[in-house]
Design a protein around this ligand. Structure first.
Ligand code: ANZ
Ligand code: ZN
Length: 795
């Protein structure tokens, strides 16, 4: 009997209406084994999600459903990061208020996420722009502030002239604004920072975490640990010392000049009268350039002499002090000892400015070539007492000598800078600080949170903080003396909102605290986190930092938020990344209308390994749809009343393969396994037990189809209340032979375990003959290893 045609829309809608939407899954009951499956909350900064966005959501949902079937109590929460620049800019473009813009956008995202058929528990729902969320973001700020982990200082900061706001270093990509691509420049401003540098060493440790190597590498490079020495050079005719950071103290006797970064505070102090004009002009010029430009390897090195000298710490020789922009003010000590003989940049600089070049390390054999810097290890030369040892031993001896004189020591430097969190924009959580003329900077008392973001603000980006122009917002009284005072008018970077949302999800309705310790301890760390690798050094680093800070302050006991991170690959369309701004998207709504959600989910999982980039291919969906139609027919050809529990090979094979593949997240191979099974089962009448197994192993990927089939099979409870089946898999009935010619693999042959030797050899010959890889007349010898190998030795 043929079933009626498979109608995805009717079936999908039916189950989306039946499946619960809110069930307080965060309330873990005794005896339940927790599993926290998280995908990144989305930015409602566009009017809808595209199929590229669906990829991580589909992966996370298939995984959450699989864990449910494995008997875990799964927390699969959902929320929106509605604050921030993208939303504010989108609102400006659409001439509406960001609150209205994100409200509409969230409504549409919500509809789409429902249509995805994901098992989100909407009772966890959090939105970063809602006062009952950002109240706790402000609370987080205060905890950091009260514990010396948040501070305000004047600094040269990255300024995006288009967005009219500062950016954290992490938000400057190749010298440009991460959001709008405009070239970033520098501005001296008073800003708020979080002391992420306090955790630099801890953040380098990924022990016990299952994270992709590429993400760990990016974070390590961003943190940029560098071991070296700090060495003091006393300035002649001054009591100050110039501290340099070097990774090569072994080259100390080869120093021929010192360089200060143009922004180094000593420049003004030491510059001689006669050099003043040139030096000041040079400083002004240098500050206009971006750090990226200044670091460019083969850019012409420029610099000027300050007219001042410092003493070499070991020889007391006078060393000229220069200012040059290839030295950065923000790294190390902002000062460098110039060793042109052994550093490429110093070499070019010294050659251009006719500074002496003194070789102090020679190749272990032969002599140095004085046309180039010598960068390799070698033997110490021209270094007085330190000569004739390896440069490694020499470096140690030099630092030891410096330590004795109190003018140097081993040290560690990190490239990581403190996280700049204040923004001169409207759409964010107000920073809960009050300035009083008498009492100075005051934290807003926790009982006064949230500091509400007013809605009636003129928020066009004009450089200053929009809240500053609000008629009443900033006028308040001092929490300490009660006198009149003003509020901080900067708002927090959205990455602060997302640095702790995974904690809130475990206790979303708590109105006394951001989360109870009990709840976070039950659920954290997150077992599985899916999202884009573009967040490798922004969100993922910040979330780790905030977790470590909260651990230090005793709010949580764990020190890493995400045990496993799975970085989904990018979806390309016509060769470029799917992106709304490029008008290069496929709208999931259209696909769902045509083929249904399950087909889209199936295709997304099938199109390639989930962690690799893939090109969207529309007709791939048709293949998945055909598979679903076939499956539908198979499920309608079942002996419903049979008590027969035999599981025949195609089902057994599929079950075994998926049970092996799915724990490794090989979703695409799971789908192709199911496709193969469907082809093999075309004309097979399944018993009920077999049909149930097939439905369950299909359900994480195509939950609607599986749920419908489950009910047709006579169940009144959800398939997701069932358990991943455990079936005894008998020894394989077939074996795979490797077929070789002269020991080289030329093909494989699946053969009955019982088949006899001559039959297998004949079949192997035929196979290779068909592929023109064997001429029977040339066979000298045939080697047969039962169950494994057929090897033809040929002339
Ligand atoms: C002398 C020297 C001799 C150096 C030599 C290298 C080779 P990493 O590995 O990145 O930490 N440096 C230090 N501070 C700097 C700054 N603010 N701006 C630009 N360059 C700076 O590199 C550390 C090395 O980079 C330091 O070691 C210093 O140059 C330079 F044969 O000191 B070196
Ligand atoms: Zn006061």
């Amino acid at each position: 009997m043929k079933a009626r045609k498979y109608n995805p829309h009717q079936i999908e809608q039916k189950w989306q209406n039946i499946w619960p939407k809110e069930w307080e899954s965060y309330k873990l009951q005794p005896g339940e084994e927790k599993y926290y499956c998280l995908d990144m909350w989305s930015y409602p900064s566009s009017d809808g999600l595209h199929t590229g966005h669906w990829r991580p959501y589909t992966i996370a949902d298939a995984w959450a459903r699989y864990q449910t079937l494995k008997g875990k109590k799964v927390l699969h929460p959902v929320g929106f990061d509605a604050f921030g620049l993208p939303a504010e800019n989108a609102a400006i473009k659409n001439k509406t208020h960001p609150a209205d813009y994100t409200k509409t956008s969230i409504a549409n995202f919500t509809r789409q996420l429902h249509e995805l058929g994901a098992m989100y528990d909407w009772s966890t729902h959090s939105v970063s722009s809602s006062p009952d969320y950002y109240r706790w973001t402000q609370w987080l700020f205060l905890q950091l502030y009260n514990n010396d982990l948040a501070y305000r200082k004047s600094a040269l900061v990255n300024w995006c002239p288009k967005d009219q706001t500062v950016l954290a270093n992490e938000q400057v990509i190749g010298g440009r604004c991460e959001r709008c691509g405009t070239e970033v420049n520098k501005k001296e401003l008073k800003q708020w920072f979080f002391k992420i540098t306090d955790f630099a060493e801890d953040l380098l440790n990924f022990d016990g975490l299952t994270w992709p190597e590429r993400v760990k590498t990016l974070q390590r490079a961003w943190i940029g640990k560098s071991e070296g020495a700090e060495i003091d050079f006393p300035i002649t005719e001054s009591n100050e010392k110039i501290k340099v950071f070097t990774t090569r103290p072994d080259t100390l006797m080869g120093v021929t000049y010192l360089v200060l970064a143009p922004e180094h505070p000593f420049v003004k102090l030491i510059t001689s009268e006669s050099q003043k004009n040139i030096v000041t002009a040079y400083q002004e010029q240098a500050l206009k350039e971006s750090e990226i430009e200044r670091l460019t390897e083969n850019r012409k090195k420029t610099g000027v002499f300050t007219g001042a000298y410092a003493k070499h710490p070991l020889t007391d020789k006078d060393i000229p002090i220069w200012v040059a922009d290839y030295v950065l003010g923000t790294y190390g000590t902002g000062a460098v000892m110039g060793v042109p003989a052994h550093d490429s940049r110093d070499f070019i600089f010294a050659r251009d400015y006719k500074l002496p070049i003194a070789y102090v390390i020679s190749p272990p054999e032969g002599v140095v070539n004085d046309d180039a810097p010598y960068l390799e290890p070698g033997t110490m030369i021209n270094s007085d007492d330190f000569n004739d040892q390896t440069n490694e031993a020499g470096g140690k001896a030099i630092v030891e000598a410096l330590e004795k004189k109190g003018s140097g020591k081993w040290t560690v430097q990190y490239r990581l800078r403190d996280w700049l969190v204040s923004r001169q924009r409207y759409w964010g959580a107000p920073i809960p600080i009050i300035y009083c003329e008498k009492c100075g900077e005051q934290a807003v008392p926790e009982s006064d949170l949230p500091v509400l973001l007013p809605t009636d603000v003129e928020f066009m980006p004009t450089g200053g903080s929009p809240l500053d122009r609000h008629p009443t917002f900033k006028h308040t009284s001092c929490p300490n003396c009660g006198g009149s005072a003003t509020r901080e008018t900067d708002t927090l970077d959205t990455f602060v909102d997302s640095s702790w949302y995974f904690l809130r999800y475990t206790d979303p309705k708590n109105d006394k605290e951001p989360f109870s310790k009990e709840q976070v301890e039950k659920w954290l760390p997150v077992d599985f986190y899916v999202g884009g690798v573009e967040h490798a050094i922004l969100h993922l680093l910040y979330a780790r930092f905030v977790t470590k800070a909260l651990q230090r302050l005793n709010y949580v006991s764990f020190h890493e938020p995400f045990k496993q991170f799975y970085g989904n690959g990018i979806v390309y369309l016509h060769g470029s990344k799917m992106s709304k701004s490029k008008g290069n998207i496929v709208n999931p709504d259209d696909i769902v209308k045509r083929h249904g959600t399950d087909a889209l989910r199936g295709y997304i999982l099938f199109m390639g390994p989930g962690d690799q980039d893939v090109e969207w291919q529309e007709n791939g969906i048709l293949g998945v749809r055909r598979f679903m139609d076939k499956s539908w027919q198979i499920f309608h050809n079942v002996e419903i009343d049979s008590n027969n529990e035999t599981v025949r090979p195609p089902i057994e094979k599929a079950y075994q393969a998926i049970s092996d593949l799915l724990p490794h997240l090989y979703f695409n191979r799971c789908i192709s396994t199911l496709m193969t099974a469907a082809n093999e089962l075309q004309d097979v009448r399944l018993n009920k037990h077999e049909a149930e197994i097939l439905a369950i192993i299909l359900s994480p990927f195509m939950p609607h189809l599986a749920e419908e089939v489950w009910s047709i099979l006579g169940h009144s409870t959800s398939i997701f209340d069932a358990q991943w089946p455990v079936i005894e898999v008998a020894a394989e009935k077939t074996v795979i032979y490797a077929i070789q010619v002269n020991g080289k693999l030329r093909g494989t042959l699946e053969a009955d375990r019982e088949a006899d030797e001559s039959k297998i050899i004949n079949e192997s010959k035929r196979l290779l003959h068909a592929k023109s890889q064997l001429d029977e007349n040339n066979i000298i010898k045939t080697i047969f290893v039962a169950g494994r190998i057929v090897n033809f030795v040929v002339k």
